[in-house]
Design a protein around this ligand. Structure first.
Ligand code: ATP
Length: 362
C-alpha cells in the first residue's frame, strides 16, 4: 500500500476536513471496515473505489455519524464524531446512495425543508437554494413536484440538499448512479467548482473515468481494507502494469508467455508494462485456441489496471453489460501472478433511507 502522501494537517496547522484513524466496523460476523486511516485535505476530491460490499457506504455512514465505529477515531475539521456528533455533522453534507426526496413536495419545498433542518433562516435558505439549484440545472424546476421529475433530475435535487449549508466536507455516495451523460457532466463540473473553492469531497463511484475527470486522488477499499491511497499518477507508477486481456468461448487455453498470467472465468490477463508490445507474442502463443478467442483488449497502465492489480477484478459500473464474473464467483480463479501460470417515498412519511436530521443531508 502506498504511504499517505497527504499531510494530516494543513500547512497552517488547521485540522483537515476529514481524519480517520484505525477505523473498524463490523455487522455481526461481517467485517465491513478494518483499520482504515484516511485523510482528506481542503479542496481535495478523493475518489473512493471498491467493489460492491467493499465498505464505501459504511465508511460514509460512519463519517456522517449514522453509524458508530467499533474501533478508531473520526474527526471532521477536528471535531470528533463520537464526542460531538452534532457539531461534526453540521460541518459535512451527505448525499447517500438511496434517493431521499419527498415526491409530493416541489423542488423548492424539498430544498427549503433541508435548509431549515440545517439551521438556515428563511431568507438565507432561499438564497442558498438559488445558489445550489443553478449549477445543478434545477433553477427551472424549482416549482415542479419532485415526484414528477425524471430519475436524474431527482438525483440532482438529492445532491443539492447536501450542499445547502455549504459544508466543508461533502460525502457523495455514487451520485451518478443511473443518471444520463448530461447530468453526470453537470455534476462533475460542479464538484470540481466546489473543490476549487476549498470543499473537501469524498466521492464514491464505480466509474473510474469520473475519478479521472475530477482530477481526484484515489482511495481503494477491498473487503473493508484500504489497499491504496494516492494520486492516480502515483498509483499507476506503483501498481499499474498494463494487460492484454483475452476472452474465450469456453475454458481458456494454457498459455506459455514470459509475463504473469491470471484467469477469471473465460478471461485471461497477461500482465505486462507495455501490453501493446506484448500483444503479438501473446497472440502467437495461442496456437489453435485462437479460433476460440472472442475478445481482445489491450489495457494500457491506467487507473483501471491499478484497480485490477489491487482487487483482482475489473471495476463494474452498475448495469454494465459483459463485465466478467468476479474472481470470488469463479471456482477456477487464479491470481497467483506466477510467470507463465494459467488455469488458473411516501406522501407523509420520510422516504426510507433518510433520517430527517440536521446535518445528515445538510
Ligand atoms: P456497494 O458498492 O454495493 O454500495 P459498498 O462498498 O458501499 O458496496 P457496504 O454497503 O459498506 O459496501 O457494505 C460493506 C459490507 O458490509 C458488505 O459485506 C455488506 O454486505 C455488509 N453490510 C452493509 N450493511 C450491513 C448491515 N446493515 N447489516 C449487515 N451487513 C451489512
Amino acid at each position: 500500500m502506498s504511504t499517505d502522501p497527504f499531510p494530516a494537517t494543513a500547512p497552517d496547522g488547521a485540522p483537515p476536513p476529514l481524519a480517520m484513524r484505525g477505523v473498524g466496523k463490523r455487522y455481526g460476523s461481517v467485517t465491513a471496515l478494518d483499520d482504515v486511516s484516511l485523510h482528506i485535505a481542503e479542496g481535495e476530491v478523493v475518489g473512493l473505489l471498491g467493489h460492491n460490499g467493499a465498505g464505501k457506504t459504511t465508511l460514509m455512514s460512519l463519517v456522517a455519524g449514522l453509524l458508530r465505529p467499533d474501533a478508531g477515531e473520526i474527526e471532521v475539521l477536528g471535531v470528533s464524531t463520537a464526542r460531538e456528533p452534532r457539531r461534526a455533522r453540521l460541518r459535512l453534507g451527505l448525499a447517500p446512495q438511496e434517493l431521499g426526496v419527498y415526491p409530493p413536495l416541489t423542488v423548492r419545498q424539498n430544498l427549503r425543508f433541508f435548509a431549515e433542518l440545517a439551521g438556515l433562516r428563511r431568507r438565507e435558505a432561499d438564497r442558498r437554494i438559488e445558489e445550489a439549484a443553478e449549477p445543478l440545472g434545477l433553477a427551472g424546476l424549482l416549482e415542479r413536484r419532485v415526484g414528477r421529475l425524471s430519475g436524474g433530475e431527482q438525483r440532482r435535487v438529492h445532491t443539492a440538499m447536501a450542499l445547502l449549508h455549504r459544508p466543508r466536507l461533502l460525502l457523495l455516495d455514487e451520485p451518478t448512479a443511473g443518471v444520463d451523460v448530461e447530468t453526470r457532466a453537470r455534476l462533475l463540473a460542479h464538484v470540481r467548482e466546489l473543490a476549487a473553492a476549498g470543499t473537501a469531497v469524498c466521492y464514491s463511484t464505480h466509474y473510474l473515468g469520473e475519478v479521472e475527470d475530477l482530477h481526484a486522488s484515489v482511495a481503494v477499499l477491498d473487503h473493508g481494507r484500504l489497499v491504496a491511497r494516492g494520486t492516480i499518477a502515483d498509483l499507476v507508477r506503483e501498481h499499474g502494469d498494463g494487460a492484454v486481456e483475452l476472452t474465450f468461448s469456453g475454458a481458456p487455453p494454457p498459455l506459455r508467455v514470459p509475463w504473469p498470467v491470471t484467469r477469471a472465468g473465460e478471461t485471461l490477463r497477461v500482465h505486462a508494462r507495455e501490453p501493446h508490445l506484448a500483444a503479438p507474442e501473446v497472440l502467437a502463443a495461442l496456437g489453435d485456441a485462437l479460433t476460440r478467442l472472442v475478445n481482445l483488449r489491450v489495457l494500457r497502465p491506467s487507473l483501471e489496471t491499478v484497480f485490477l492489480a489491487l482487487t483482482g477484478q475489473r471495476p463494474q459500473a452498475p448495469g454494465e453489460p459483459g463485465a466478467p464474473a468476479a474472481l470470488g464467483e469463479t471456482a477456477a480463479a487464479d491470481a497467483t501472478g506466477v510467470p507463465g501460470a494459467t488455469g488458473a417515498a411516501g406522501a407523509t412519511e420520510p422516504p426510507a433511507g433518510r433520517t430527517v436530521e440536521a446535518g445528515r443531508h445538510g
